[in-house]
Design a protein around this ligand. Structure first.
Ligand code: ADP
Length: 244
């Protein structure tokens, strides 16, 4: 955790009570010509430390848009995103980039690994960018990849890995800087059902083992049911789905 973020925390609020991610009154409007599409029409969400949450809803409901806003890749039309106590609307783009790099890990449907680097290097690089020393970064990458079941694949380039293995490396990379929050957009959507099941299991195991909070968009109700809570996005609104 950087000192800057510590300093930004309101002193009166105990860190343990703070959600890792807070969305308050988030709106997102896309304007194209005369058409005005309100994809997010006032979203509130508190995601506590270590909580895994599924984000479900029909295609086009705005799940990706919500994840982009929560991950500081896009600014909302209105509302506030707070990451570990740091209100983000007033931050400069540079501060948002730093916060994103150090405190948020992303997993996408497609792995987006660097093809010319080994699995190990793909997990080392984000740590070097965040300022961690080489020896520590290498050790941590090795440890994370071993936890993802890839101890024997460290020197493989992505092209020599199966789809499931590539996605495991992408998950290890997302966890490389020990983020407080993982945001995942259909992380197993490109895998066959059996592999998706395995990769999802190891994702949840490692996320839970590290105490990271996760918000995971998925179309798969079985995978959603394995998470602590489910939120459904429809008609611009987010509602918590009660367990059956
Ligand atoms: P989901 O992830 O739930 O499938 P998206 O967040 O990708 O939904 O998209 C929600 C809606 O917002 C869609 O109708 C999409 O066409 C629209 N949309 C997304 N991004 C843009 C954009 N940059 N400009 C205009 N419309 C957009």
């Amino acid at each position: 955790m950087s000192t800057t973020l510590e300093e930004q925390r309101p002193i009166a609020v105990p860190a343990a009570a703070e959600p890792v991610l807070r969305l308050a009154g988030i709106r997102r409007v896309f304007v194209q010509g005369t058409a005005r599409l309100e994809v997010l029409a006032g979203i509130d969400l508190d995601l506590p430390k270590g909580t895994t949450a599924a984000l479900v809803g029909p295609s086009g409901a705005g799940k990706s848009t919500l994840l982009h806003i929560a991950g500081l890749l896009e600014r909302p039309s209105a509302g506030e995103v707070t990451i570990e106590g740091a209100a983000c609307s007033r931050l400069s783009d540079r501060e948002r980039t730093r916060l994103r790099r150090e405190r948020i890990g992303f997993v996408y449907q497609f792995h987006h690994l660097l093809p010319d680097f080994t699995a190990h290097e793909n997990v080392v690089l984000p740590q070097l960018l965040a300022g961690r020393g080489k020896v520590e970064a290498r050790r941590r990458a090795q440890d994370l990849l071993a936890r993802m079941g890839l101890a024997e694949r460290l020197r493989h380039r992505p092209g020599r890995l199966s789809g499931g293995e590539q996605q495991r490396v992408a998950i290890a990379r997302a966890l490389a800087n020990a983020p407080g929050l993982i945001l995942a957009d259909e992380p197993t959507g490109n895998l066959d059902p059996h592999t998706a099941d395995e990769v999802f299991a190891v994702l949840l195991e490692v996320v839970r083992g590290t105490g990271t909070a996760a918000l995971v968009a998925t179309h798969n109700p079985e995978l959603a049911a394995r998470m602590d809570v489910t939120y459904r996005l429809a008609d611009g609104k987010l509602a918590r789905v009660q367990a059956a």
